[in-house]
Design a protein around this ligand. Structure first.
Ligand SMILES: Nc1ncnc2c1ncn2[C@@H]1O[C@H](COP(=O)(O)OP(=O)(O)OP(=O)(O)O)[C@@H](O)[C@H]1O
Length: 253
């Protein structure tokens, strides 16, 4: 589902990713963890097309978004093709980015009409079902300001699911929430991980949660993958002393 080869990204003189190779198989649930600033968000933004690489190849579901030829020239997919590729990718951010003047239902059904060209009654029906699935069946007519942070984040997840992505990217989706609201959002992610065949890439600091739902854990450090394996191995017996230190620091928080 994801193939990255030799991906480089710098912001000014600061190199964030250098020669990154990453493969994620269809249906895999992968947790990305690593110290702050190690480049995790940058990877997700590259995959959804919000950030452009300096070099490398990025393919989603066998179709390329960016391609570096042997000579090193970076080619971008043409806009129509790129749009089609990006359409199979959904992303949920730390901030919910809901439209404040719309109800939960409108926030979910309007993108389906615009992007998938569904007729309003069908989009609304699907939106209601999705909101019920994330436990918000009773709240469809509320605006974001009438919902808690955890509820707003669940609306954002329903909105992304409405666009039927094959690949879902979650970027620290519980970081902006009060601690007592974290569990309800992680519960939705857990259900999606266990009950759907969507490919999921989850950036999280919730290590125990990652261990519970991920097939595979990748640890990034300074833009490189330093650990890649099953949660049992990576989280209990990491090979790098820096990873051990990092995991201990998180678990002791
Ligand atoms: N648009 C930008 N312009 C300049 N620097 C940027 C930009 N986006 C990211 N960076 C820098 O790139 C580095 C990697 O950022 P990134 O957000 O990918 O890290 P991260 O691993 O997701 O960190 P965190 O866990 O804190 O979210 C950081 O030092 C960040 O300040």
């Amino acid at each position: 589902m994801v193939r990255m080869r030799g991906v480089r990204k710098a912001f000014g003189p600061r190199v964030i990713l250098e020669g990154l190779d990453l493969d994620v198989g269809a249906g895999e649930k992968v947790a990305l963890i690593g110290p702050s600033g190690s480049g995790k968000t940058t990877i997700l933004r590259l995959l959804i097309g919000l950030t452009e690489p300096d070099a490398g190849t990025i393919e989603i579901d066998g179709q390329y978004l960016w391609h570096s030829s042997r000579g090193g020239t970076l080619e971008r997919a043409d806009e129509a093709h790129a749009r089609q590729v990006r359409r199979c990718v959904g992303m949920v951010f730390q901030q919910f980015n809901l439209f404040p003047h719309m109800t939960a239902l409108q926030n979910v059904h309007e993108p389906m009409e615009q992007v998938l060209r569904l007729k309003r009654p069908e989009a609304k029906e699907r939106a209601r079902a999705l909101l019920a699935r994330v436990g918000l069946g009773e709240h469809v007519d509320k605006r974001p300001s009438q919902l808690s942070g955890g509820q707003q984040q669940r609306v954002a997840i329903a909105r992304s699911l409405g666009l039927q992505p094959k690949l879902m990217l979650f970027d620290e989706v519980t970081s902006a929430l009060d601690p007592e609201l974290v569990g309800e959002v992680l519960g939705v992610l857990r259900e999606l991980a266990h009950e759907t065949d969507m490919t999921m890439l989850i950036v999280t600091h919730e290590i125990r949660f990652a261990a519970d739902i991920a097939d595979r854990v990748l640890v990034f450090d300074a833009g490189r993958v330093v650990e890649d394996g099953s949660p049992e191995i990576v989280l209990k017996d990491p090979s790098h002393p820096r990873t051990r230190q990092f995991l201990r620091a998180i678990l002791e928080r």
